[in-house]
Design a protein around this ligand. Sequence first.
Ligand SMILES: *Cc1c(COP(=O)(O)O)cnc(C)c1O
Length: 427
Amino acid sequence: MELVNLKDPQDTASFKEAVKRGLGKQQGLYFPRSFKAFDDVNSVLNMPLQQRSAFILRAIIGDELTDADITEIVDTAFNFTAPVAAVTDNIYTLELFHGPTLAFKDFGGRFMAQCLSKISDGEPITILTATSGDTGAAVAHAFHGIDNINVVILFPKGKISPLQEKLFTTLGGNIHTFSVDGDFDQCQALVKTAFDDPDVREGLHLNSANSINISRLLAQVCYYFEAFAQLPESQRDKVVVSVPSGNFGNLTAGIIARALGLPIKRFIAATNANDTVPRYLKDGVWAPNDTVATISNAMDVSRPNNWPRIEALIERGELPKEALAGVAVDEESTQIAMRQLAQKGYTSEPHAAVAFHALEHHLEEGEIGLFLGTAHPAKFRETVENVLGQPIALPGPLAACAAEKGLDEPISSDYEDLKAKLFATLG
Ligand SMILES: *Cc1c(COP(=O)(O)O)cnc(C)c1O
């Protein structure tokens, strides 16, 4: 598969190169030149999850990885389920939070880790990343136990929830965690300095494994097919998919699934008050505001970094403009939606509630709604308990690691301190 840098058409890459590089020149995003729809989507939908996912990925990257490699990657990465649950008469949810860190980022993270492990073929790699919560846990779990890949995660000591922290500091093995005496920006600055330092970059073979990596999107395409496979055949051509969006990776994957022939009628891009995209879709002006904090904090993004990929799909005619609507949902409506869902017997969290609210208000006669459940409610326990006024039980994996001791080592926010620690730990 040939990918092209959306900022510089001269800069092209194979899938393997794009996975290793992450970003292209001028920080441009790599993206396939086009997608080819399957001839017979129903037969694809009839396959079981793993077999189907391997089939889809083979169609996209089968020229670069063998069937056996793709099968092994998929079986290891997607070792949990993605069930569809009916919430109302005409609205379903796709639960993407049954992986090890209870959020949909497990799909992309685990797939990227397996791809990188196959592609690097035993050559040592150090993943260095800073986290303010969620991504650290997903990356740590995804790479845990993979030979020749070490992961170093920096986080601001005392500034992320204790539960979040335990999800990645308790793993040990090839997962090294440093608690920084500073804030998240200082952690990010340390990571940036390390990537600019040739001693460290080359000496430790740094890789960022960041969220714009193309492998993540391809993994996420697979669960849109899984959702449709679980819907009654008679409803499959009436489905409106509502995606709670922050950086817009999830929605990009959905649009790719549609370009591959999945009969998604249309999409709703559901955001919180960080509504750059809904405003842009309405008036055609790209005008990001300052980012505001909301209870759906994983979507507090005002400059979504995957948007150029969606723009490319629209420009290339792979997504008709009218098949994408933007809806911004305010804090009060989010809380009302969470209570409505609870009354229907479905406990949800703020991100999914944003997408549910958008569907309830914009679904047209005869349409069927599907919103993506991006995280387990226990991951946002405090907010959910506050809004619903009832306690939330911790699921097994969260409860288990909450009782363990964190293995993180303290460092200062001074770069030399990090450098010394990196070589002492990995060198
Ligand atoms: C990351 C995240 C989102 C936003 O997904 P994007 O792909 O960045 O649009 C939504 N919900 C939760 C729970 C997340 O962690």
